[in-house]
Design a protein around this ligand. Structure first.
Ligand SMILES: Nc1ncnc2c1ncn2[C@@H]1O[C@H](COP(=O)(O)OP(=O)(O)OP(=O)(O)O)[C@@H](O)[C@H]1O
Ligand SMILES: [Mg+2]
Length: 504
């Protein structure tokens, strides 16, 4: 008897059929991956299992007993817990306080000592390392995720759902999470995980259920699957997993010159240490590094968003220091930074696609009146060109699937026809097909003579796409290498602080 069984689940949102008679099962001691293109219905399905949505049709049973969840509280009472991508933790509280939050409200005299002893017991049972005294705001993304997981286990979850938990993790943090999940599997948990990264799907799952346009395309054993067979199941045809690298045609003089660029935090910690490099038009410079090693500060310094910097940044011979972000943008510098929280930067979830396009400050104003017709036109062009799945351009951005939200963000930036494109994590959360579409778009920008600074997290992609690759560690350049001539291992070592000369 399977621990969790969902049969014939159907769910509509207005005209959208998000789940169409979908069935999955998960056993105790098993890890099931859900795989599928953006908008194929993965989040909807697990949200139903977690009690957030009620299905229109279909049944759900836990340990053979049919359940009807009216809220996440019902789901947790039945042993089903979900770790959300947007963490639901209180930043000023400590780990242990967050973990027992709901429970303490009910019985305020619960002793801290007893609580912590119970949490420690759970952590030990599931092989989890956690610092109970640490405050949430001092934690890395990976640590926060661990608190969320322990919170669910503390409430008695035996089935754990994780919706794209690795999208925001460094490769090391992903490894730690996977080790934890394997341990939990060994301890008898049933685990459902969603990720777009095929290598991760193959590494972590026992079985994989593929969704296609709201329907079950099939379930396979991971041991019998390959990246190729899975991507074919996802889209219904075989797709190429090769990444193009069109030959660079560098402009005569570099477009962007960075010299001795340093950034310090408010507290005086160096975040970027005397960085120097050139970037020509028609060239793609990749930037590799573990998240939080100066990438954000580099982007901000060039785009005029970072005031605490020294050194020089010139674009087409003009010093950018001192110019406003708006003035820099008008010179053709476009920054598209996909944050960990996709709705955090630059998009307003409660507004329509059109209004979000307007927000970017297209030159659409006709005197005192904003030209809505032109904004609408621009939005429709973007939706078509970037293949964004939305009923209309008046649809609220928050209601789109994660991947489609992101395409709105990137499409809107590319439509401003930049001369220097700084793009950070452009495929975060995108499905395989959409990721390749984005690589293609970025290559097209390069071929058209745009200087491209590509900040990425997937080393395979960086090595395949870049003309040159800059490696950052703790804000310093470890070297600029030829991606055709280095090994992945060498780049990995440099990301951890080894200088270029020490490798190879
Ligand atoms: N609350 C909602 N209101 C209206 N439509 C919704 C809502 N939630 C999801 N949808 C729609 O249902 C479909 C399935 O969305 P879902 O979020 O389940 O996809 P997904 O497979 O998780 O995609 P992604 O990989 O991009 O996260 C999409 O077309 C989406 O726009
Ligand atoms: Mg989703």
């Amino acid at each position: 008897m399977a621990c969790v069984e969902m049969r014939g689940i159907t769910k509509r949102f207005g005209a959208v059929l998000a789940n169409d008679a979908v069935s999955i099962t998960v056993d105790r001691g098993e890890i099931l991956s859900l795989l599928g293109e953006n908008g194929s219905g993965k989040s909807t399905l697990v949200n139903i299992l977690a009690g957030l949505y009620a299905p229109d049709a279909g049944t759900l049973s836990i340990d053979g007993r049919e359940c009807r969840f009216r809220s996440p509280r019902d789901a947790i009472a039945a042993g089903v817990g979900m770790v959300h991508q947007h963490f639901m933790l209180v930043p000023v509280l400590r780990a242990w306080e967050n973990i027992c939050l709901g429970e303490r409200a009910k019985s305020p005299f619960l002793q801290k000592k007893a609580i912590c002893r119970k949490i420690d017991g759970i952590a030990k049972k599931f092989g989890i390392a956690i610092n109970l005294e640490k405050k949430i705001y001092d934690m890395s993304v990976g640590e926060k995720q661990t608190v969320e997981i322990v919170k669910m286990l503390y409430r008695g979850a035996q089935t754990l759902i994780l919706d794209e938990p690795t999208a925001v993790l460094t490769p090391q943090e992903t490894e730690t999470l996977f080790a934890m999940l394997r341990f939990m599997r060994g301890a008898g948990c049933a685990i459902i995980i969603i990720t777009h990264k095929l290598a991760e799907v193959l590494a972590i799952s026992d079985r994989i259920t593929v969704l296609r346009r709201g329907r079950t395309a099939g379930t396979v054993r991971a041991a019998e699957a390959t990246a190729r067979s899975l991507s074919a199941m996802m889209v219904g045809e075989s797709i190429s997993l090769e990444i193009d690298r069109p030959p660079p045609r560098p402009s005569e003089a570099p477009m962007l010159r960075v010299r001795g660029l340093s950034v310090t935090s408010r507290e005086g910690t160096p975040l970027l240490r005397s960085l120097s490099f050139d970037l020509s038009g028609g060239e793609l410079l990749g930037v590799a590094g573990l998240a939080g090693n100066g990438q954000k500060e580099l982007c901000e310094a060039i785009a005029g968003l970072q005031k605490r910097f020294s050194g020089s940044v010139t674009f087409l011979g003009e010093e950018l220091a001192g110019l406003s972000p708006r003035a820099i943008r008008r010179r053709g510098v476009c920054l598209s930074f996909i944050p960990e929280d996709r709705l955090g930067m630059g998009l307003v979830g409660g507004m329509s696609v059109t209004d979000n396009v307007l927000l970017r400050g297209y030159d659409l104003s006709a005197g005192p009146l904003v030209d809505r017709a032109r904004a609408r036109e621009a939005a429709e062009r973007i939706v078509k060109k970037y293949d964004i799945a939305t009923p209309t351009v008046n649809h609220m951005v928050r209601k789109l699937s994660g991947g489609n939200i992101q395409k709105v963000l990137l499409g809107r930036e590319l439509e401003t026809r930049p001369r220097l494109l700084i793009t950070a994590y452009p495929v975060r959360g995108l499905d395989v097909g959409a990721s390749y579409a984005i690589y293609h778009l970025i290559n097209a920008q390069k071929a058209a003579g745009v200087a491209v600074l590509f900040i990425g997290e997937d080393l395979d992609v960086l090595l395949a796409l870049s003309d040159r690759l800059l490696i950052l560690c703790e804000g310093a350049a470890m070297g600029i290498v030829d991606p055709r001539a280095v090994t992945k291992e060498d780049v990995g070592l440099m990301m951890l602080g080894r200088k270029e000369a020490a490798c190879g």
